[in-house]
Design a protein around this ligand. Structure first.
Ligand code: MN
Length: 292
């Protein structure tokens, strides 16, 4: 590629000539970089996302966001072999979308299935489904405002699920915690169980505990976060875990930590939801190798 400025600089004194060379090299790198920026996987394996949706009537981008959310939470250790991310169906509020029974780090767009709010798969085709899908169906039934649900066993939150010390908002990113964090104890209504939300009745009791909040802790189990989008629910799952770890550190320092007030939390949460694409684009790049 010819560039008149570079030609001019190359005939000037030595320091300008070197600048010209730098510009020429940068131009060459820029051309090469553009070719390398075509959408593709960050790893040599096939991209986990796809341009076509496996579910009729559902945009591929929505399905891909479930994949990105599942994988990024696994990358951060918020999810391990267990836990799941779901989204309400974009046009049928009585349906939701989530992966077949699979470790979150392995989810691809082809693994996303459609369910009714009772947790019945619309078209199972022999695929295994998550035992705890009732968490999602019952939260969507109870909360018309919720468009995405995340369930984790994240290590940071477990101490707060069994402690009398309430989880509180340490800083502005987990501001949604300032509204209050209820704890669901399965034992209250269901006695001694295996701790899992394995039917609709337990799912409904969990949704009742969540109430109008953004997160509910599950005693001896984990948490559920919700939001008006997949991005928001994943953001909240991530920052609930980060906040819990930091709060444990602040308590260990001694003294009496000063937490965000309810009013500060409401204001900061509104701001977070406006700027959420900034961190989502970063996370998306880590998973699919290109910003969206
Ligand atoms: Mn669970």
């Amino acid at each position: 590629m010819t560039h008149p400025n570079i030609v001019q600089k190359s005939v000037r004194p030595e320091h300008r000539w070197r600048l010209g060379l730098v510009a020429a090299v940068a131009t060459l790198l820029g051309v090469g970089g553009a070719a390398a920026q075509s959408p593709g996987p960050a790893s040599p394996t096939a991209s986990p996302t796809a341009s076509t949706s496996p579910i009729a009537g559902v945009d591929a981008a929505l399905v891909n966001d479930i994949v990105i959310g599942s994988r990024i939470l696994a990358e951060f250790g918020v999810l391990d072999g267990f836990g799941h991310v779901s989204a309400r169906h974009p046009t049928d509020p009585n349906r939701f979308l989530m992966a077949r029974s699979l470790a979150p780090a392995l989810v691809t767009s082809d693994d996303i299935m459609e369910f009714d709010l009772d947790g019945n798969p619309v078209d199972a085709r022999g695929r295994a489904v998550f035992l705890e899908r009732f968490i999602h169906g019952e939260v969507y039934r109870a909360r018309p405002d919720v468009r995405s649900v995340v369930h984790t066993h994240s290590p940071g939150v477990i101490p707060f699920s069994v402690s009398k010390v309430p989880l509180q908002a340490m800083y502005h990113n987990p501001a949604f915690l300032a509204a209050g964090v209820p704890i669901f104890d399965i034992r209250d209504k269901f006695g001694a169980t295996d701790m899992l939300v394995r039917n609709a009745a337990i799912g409904k009791a969990l949704a009742d505990s969540l109430g109008d909040k953004s997160v509910v802790l599950m005693r001896g189990h984990g948490d559920v976060t919700v939001g008006p989008s997949i991005k928001a629910a994943v953001f909240r799952a991530y920052y609930t875990d980060v906040n819990a770890r930091l709060q444990s550190q602040a308590i260990a320092l001694g003294g009496d930590p000063t937490y965000l007030t309810v009013e500060e939390g409401a204001k900061a949460d509104a701001t977070n939801l406006v700027v959420i694409d900034r961190i989502w684009n970063l996370w998306s790049m880590k998973i699919v190798g290109a910003s969206r």
